[in-house]
Design a protein around this ligand. Structure first.
Ligand code: THU
Length: 526
């Protein structure tokens, strides 16, 4: 049962992105900023690989890290939570979500008034508590709705629960949600009900978010469709508007989010557990509380080993972020930053993947690990970090062994290959040369022809190695003729292991080695 645990440290950026200036940001570096606080602790994330991340010169070095590490740059044209998470889920957004520093335009407000039959008060960016203090009484007298926004992409409707019944307020939100489409597709419409008397209003817990639906399929949708579990912890369910989620639980902050993620380890499921730890952003990033942010990070770092110790052999943990929110830069808003990515598990090699362009590579990699065909806008890095499977080891051993039987008196190059059939049977082969040279047969074809002549055509993987006198000094990739023979019997996604040593290899695929190949189907078309 393969499981991926994906944890988003909300706003934990890893340094100014190359395009930060386009987003009004400079000198922002959330992680470096908090690392300078006395409250900061990072021993366990550093051991996992954070010390080795590109651009890092502020954390203590470690001699050997246990996980894979990467720095990711965002491709989407936005720096908010929704766009960041959607990209993690596989969708790049070409434009930011609209914000309304001068209030919503008449075309929106007029339509909203027409459909609700009510007037509108405020229509400006405003503090939620201040706006009801200022306009609550007028709202009670007239029944007009208090509509306001913020620096985020939100359309918020405040109304007294005695003046507008909750269900009616929610219906007004649905109306707004339908009006706010196209270039006015705000991230969230939010119901903000309140109670009390003038001078003494309080907001109730009946707040409700009506999020924008992700515009395309995410890896969450794909996994759900494939019958796998997608368990959302914290605000993940709202960010994806419930799409692609099979189970959800909301939290009251980081501590509870970590606890629930730990408990999820005890559940039996196949799929994804997706957690958002929101306090970093909401309590510390926006409020410019450097020590608070550092202490929350220290709490996460201390929690980490309790999680990794309990992980099962096929579990993979990924830790990343959705944007930055440097608590020490010149503004309280998010910052356009790189984000860290740490990947850990018994199946994962401690590889440094450098810097990659696109949070969406996370979605593609999760899909590949869980055996889903989904890739979205990203490219999977899984095959660069997965440890060899038992089949891969077996196949490499067979290819290496076959190499010793090479008949190559003319070139002196010994080559070995092995193919794996779907039932686990392995056929191996070596190159066989000839005094008149042209009848020479390559190792791959020997292996494939042996298998085909035994009635096998169901090939699942191929490995090949070779070198002068049987010394492997680098890759020995299949020649064009062998690739063509493979294309006759194998699918483009069939893995091909290009061996670098007795047990080490690069993962490729037939499709990459011979794209757009001539196959039997080309003859059937006519
Ligand atoms: N060879 C293979 O066995 N497989 C390939 O895909 C490339 C080449 C052999 C043929 C020949 O015996 C030797 O390598 C040198 O070309």
């Amino acid at each position: 049962m393969k499981r991926v645990f994906l944890i988003v440290l909300d706003s934990c950026g890893a340094g100014e992105a190359p395009d930060a200036a386009l987003f009004g940001d400079h000198d922002c570096h959330t992680l470096k900023r908090i690392s300078q606080s006395d409250k900061f602790r990072c021993e366990n994330v550093c051991k996992l690989g954070l010390s080795a991340m590109d651009g890092q010169d502020y954390l203590p070095p470690v001699s050997r890290h246990t996980g894979a590490v990467c720095r990711l740059r965002e491709r989407s044209a936005g720096k908010d939570t929704t766009i960041g998470h959607w990209e993690i889920g596989g969708i790049v957004s070409p434009s930011p979500m609209p914000t309304y520093p001068d209030g919503f335009p008449d075309e929106i407000i007029d339509e909203f008034k027409k459909q609700t039959g009510r007037g509108v008060l405020c229509n400006k960016p405003f503090s939620g508590t201040e706006v009801i203090k200022l306009l609550g009484e007028e709202h009670m007298k007239t029944g007009d709705l208090i509509v306001y926004t913020s620096a985020d992409s939100v359309f918020q409707i405040a109304a007294h629960e005695d003046v507008v019944p909750l269900e009616t307020l929610y219906e007004y939100c649905r109306i707004a949600r339908k009006i706010l489409t196209g270039r006015h597709a705000v991230g969230r419409v939010i119901a903000r009900p309140f109670i009390g008397e003038p001078g003494n209003f309080t907001r109730t817990a009946n707040r409700h978010d009506f999020s924008l639906l992700p515009p395309r399929k995410t890896v969450l949708d794909a996994l759900k469709e494939e019958g796998k579990t997608v368990y959302a912890i914290g605000k993940i369910n709202d960010i994806f508007a419930g799409q692609g989620i099979t189970e959800k639980v909301y939290t009251h902050g980081n501590t509870e989010g970590m606890q629930l993620t730990l408990e999820a380890l005890d559940r039996d499921f196949e799929g994804l557990c997706f957690t958002n730890l929101v306090d970093f952003d909401s309590l510390y990033g926006h409020r410019q509380d450097i020590d608070g942010y550092a202490a929350a990070f220290a709490e996460f770092d201390a929690w980490l080993p309790t999680f990794t110790e309990k992980m099962r052999p096929d579990d993979v943990l990924m830790i990343t972020a959705d944007h930055g929110c440097d608590p020490g830069d010149s503004h309280t808003d998010h910052s356009r930053e790189y984000v860290p990515l740490l990947i850990y598990g018994k199946n994962i090699k401690p590889v440094n993947l450098g810097t990659r362009y696109g949070f969406c590579d996370i979605a593609a990699s999760i899909a590949e690990y869980l055996g889903s065909p989904y890739r979205g806008d990203g490219v999977s890095f899984m095959r660069q970090i997965l440890k060899p499977s038992s089949d891969e080891k077996r196949l490499c051993a067979a290819a290496f062994d076959a190499m010793s039987r090479s008949y190559s008196p003319y070139s002196g190059y010994k080559v070995g290959a092995a193919v794996l059939c779907s039932d686990g049977t392995v056929y191996s082969g070596c190159n066989i040369e000839n005094a008149s040279y042209t009848p020479t047969v390559c190792a791959e074809r020997t292996a494939i022809f042996k298998a085909v002549s035994e009635g096998r055509r169901d090939f699942a993987m191929l490995a090949v190695c070779g070198g002068k006198n049987g010394e492997i000094s680098g890759l020995f990739p299949p020649c064009g003729v062998c690739r063509q023979v493979m294309a006759e019997f194998c699918k483009p996604d069939m893995p091909v292991l290009l061996m670098r040593g007795k047990q080490s290899f690069d993962r490729s695929s037939l499709g990459e080695l011979l794209p757009g190949s001539f196959t039997p189907s080309a003859l059937k078309k006519r």
